[in-house]
Design a protein around this ligand. Structure first.
Ligand code: NCD
Length: 320
C-alpha cells in the first residue's frame, strides 16, 4: 500500500507520522529548515513562500509551544493563520470532526494543522479530504493521542544534527514515559531511519509499551546503565493525564529511580546534550540543575521548532 503521506511521485503530501518516511525526505526537511533558522531567530523578517494561503490551526487538545510555533512559522512564511479555539467552537455543540473539516474546507483552507486526543484523527482527515475531492488541502499532524508528533520528532532530529553533525555514530537515550508518548514514537522512527546505531529506552516496565524492542531499541530498566556513554539524552514528561490506574508509586519515587540529576548526567559523554519537548516537570523527570545546566539544549529546541515547521509548511504549500 502506498504511504498516505506521499503522492505517486513520492513527494510529501501530508505530514502524518515519521514512520515509513524515507531518509531522503527526512533529510530534505532538515536541509530546508537550515536557512529558515535565521528567520526563526529574527535575523531575517519574513518570506513570501505561503503568501495568499490560509493555514487553519485546529487544536482539539491543549498546547502552548506547538500551537504558537506553528502560528509563528506560518506567519513568517506570510500565510494567513486562522486559530480555532475548539473549546468554544461547534465541536462542543456536537458537530462531528469531519463536518467541521468540510466547513473549513468550504472557507478555502489550504492547510490544516491538527492536534487531537484520538490517535489517527489527522489520517482520517487526510483520507476524508481525498474522498471528497479536496486533496489539495494539506494536513500536518501536530500530535494525535499516543500515536505520533512528527514535527516534534523532526525538530529533535534538527537539534541533534545541529550539535552532533552526524547521526551514524551516536548513542541516544530516551528516558521516561514511553508508553504514553507520541513524541517517543516519532523520535524512534526518525532516529532509526537516519541511521542512529544505538537507541536506548530507559523507563520502569510499567511505562514501556509491550514489545518495545521490536522498534529496534535496547531496553534499560536502570538509568545508570542506560546513560553510560550516551551522546544524546531525550527526556519525556510523565503523562499523568493519560495514565489509567497507578503505574507509579509517586512522582518522588519516580525521581529517585529515573530523575535526571547532575550525578547521573556525569555517566554520559562529557559533551552530551539533554533535550526535552516540554512541558517539563522539574523535580519529577528532571532536576533543575540539569534543565538549566550546560548540557541542556531545551530552549534552542523551541527556536529550531519554528524553522522546522516553516520547512514542512513550505514543502507542502509549494507542492500545490
Ligand atoms: C508534547 C506533546 O504534547 O505531545 N509536548 C509538545 O508538543 N511540546 C509532550 C508532552 O505533552 O509531554
Amino acid at each position: 500500500m502506498r504511504n498516505p503521506q506521499l503522492n505517486a511521485q513520492g513527494e510529501l503530501q501530508h505530514l502524518l507520522t515519521t514512520e515509513g518516511l524515507p531518509r531522503e525526505i527526512l533529510t530534505a526537511i532538515l536541509d530546508t529548515a537550515e536557512p529558515f533558522t535565521e528567520v526563526a531567530e529574527r535575523e531575517v523578517k519574513k518570506l513570501p513562500l505561503l503568501r495568499g494561503k490560509s493555514v487553519f490551526n485546529l487544536f482539539f487538545e491543549n498546547s502552548t509551544r506547538t500551537r504558537t510555533t506553528f502560528e509563528i512559522a506560518a506567519k513568517r512564511l506570510s500565510a494567513d493563520v486562522i486559530n480555532l479555539n475548539i473549546n468554544t467552537s461547534s465541536a462542543t455543540k456536537g458537530e462531528s470532526l469531519l463536518d467541521t473539516v468540510d466547513n473549513l474546507a468550504a472557507m478555502q483552507a489550504d492547510m490544516f494543522v491538527v492536534r487531537h486526543a484520538s490517535s489517527g484523527a489527522p489520517h482520517l482527515i487526510a483520507e476524508h479530504l481525498a474522498n471528497t475531492g479536496k486533496d489539495h488541502i494539506r494536513v500536518i499532524n501536530a500530535g494525535d493521542g499516543r500515536h505520533a508528533h512528527p514535527t516534534q520528532g523532526l525538530l529533535d532530529m534538527y537539534t541533534i544534527r545541529h550539535y552532533k553533525r552526524d547521526f551514524t555514530g551516536l548513542t541516544v537515550a530516551i528516558v521516561g514515559d514511553v508508553l504514553h508518548s507520541r513524541v517517543a514514537r516519532s523520535q524512534i522512527h526518525a532516529l532509526t531511519t537516519l541511521g542512529v546505531p544505538e537507541i536506548r529506552v530507559i523507563a520502569p516496565k510499567t511505562l514501556l509499551p509491550s514489545c518495545v524492542e521490536r522498534l529496534g531499541v535496547r531496553v534499560c530498566y536502570d538509568i545508570h546503565e542506560g546513560l553510560r556513554g550516551v551522546d544524546v539524552v531525550m527526556m519525556l514528561r510523565l503523562q499523568n493525564e493519560r495514565m489509567q490506574g497507578a503505574l507509579l508509586a509517586s512522582p518522588q519515587e519516580y525521581f529517585k529511580s529515573f530523575g535526571l540529576t547532575p550525578e547521573r548526567m556525569a555517566l554520559a559523554k562529557p559533551d552530551a546534550i539533554v533535550m526535552h519537548p516540554g512541558p517539563m516537570n522539574r523535580g519529577v523527570e528532571i532536576d533543575s540543575a540539569v534543565a538549566d545546566g550546560p548540557h541542556a539544549v531545551i530552549l534552542p529546541q523551541v527556536t529550531f521548532g519554528i524553522a522546522v515547521r516553516m520547512a514542512v509548511m513550505s514543502m507542502l504549500g509549494g507542492a500545490k
